[in-house]
Design a protein around this ligand. Sequence first.
Ligand code: DSN
Length: 424
Amino acid sequence: MQRDHKVFDLIQKENERQENGIELIASENFASRQVMEAMGTVLTNKYAEGLPGRRYYGGCEVVDEIEDLARERAKELFGASWVNVQPHSGAQANAAVMLAVLKPGDTILGFDLSHGGHLTHGSPVNFSGKLYRPSFYGVEKETGMVNYDHVEEIAKKEKPRLIICGASAYSREWDYERLREIADEVDALLMADIAHPAGLIARGLLDDPLEFCHIVTTTTHKTLRGPRGGMIMMGDDFDNPFGLKTPKGNIRKMSALLDSGVFPGTQGGPLEHVIAAKAVAFGEALTDEYMDYIIQVKKNAAVMAKRFMEKGYDVISGGTDNHLMLIDLRSKGEITGKEAENALIKADVTINKNMVPFDTRSPFVTSGIRVGTAAVTTRGMKESDMEKIVDLIDEVLANIDNEDKIRDVKEFVNSWMKKFPLYK
Ligand code: DSN
């Protein structure tokens, strides 16, 4: 077969973009070579619908071992009693859970997208808001934090079947115990979506949702630094019947329902090459090296938030407990999130525009930006580098119409990044 230069040249171009720039998108990271190596293997050729030992295809002996290894490592990493490692993404994991435990039209209570929640937590443009009846809680205007008494009030009023906590742009710890009390009060199931802070939770740097939440979903590629993908977990004692029934009226264990929510509910064949890469990433996340890394991610985020505030930026909630922060640019004049994103990309600094709580602008424009430290920390950057990054961002935003200034920042960024090689 002739080499497909067109595609591989583009991949090389993307490689250079990643090497040369400062990556601050809070949901991104740089997977290790062995994680990527596992994905580029013959495992991509194999169909394996079903679960290890119970497949619908022959020839699954090897992929069974691989998927079992991924499941065992995931359980060890998170202290989970049950996992399904097949979801293709965090959104797929959430879809599988909802299909398993809800009926169309059931009420769900999620964290408002514009306050930091996720599309799959009930947004009207997503399946979760179309198939189910969504209701929302958000943060308080004064504190930028979730007020659990307020969540309780809404839960009592809306009577959800499922309460969802976890976020894409919330920098604070969650009170899972309080949320479980609320869920019990209204007879709801509680699900935590830990897609973002999974790595910090796995290594004990944030509270453990598995202790209180019936179901926990995550991605594997953000702070966890694995391949793109998702996973569903449960802690101890939650695998009782819950009164959940099959269409034929049989009581089912929660784990069986969740497995069937993934396959055949929402997915076909699992991506065994990605599951192998998940196993590699879980193995990496269990090492001391990863522990040092994830501690540094958190330290870097705290320093970065502090520096932003010293420079007069409004960091929502006044800081961060995890790897990310949300910045309301309205304290800096008329500059929108979109303008900030576009100006920074010219300097090879990648962030994303983001709605902020009580935003008056549309999701395409926004009044804020979201930044995270998972990717830059993988490159070996430390606290003083975070301060420098904030200074560079400030220089661009303060000179947003000055192309020469922005070009100077880009030149600095490109030569600075040579000191933090990625895959070279
Ligand atoms: N797109 C992811 C993020 O950026 O947070 C969530 O799905």
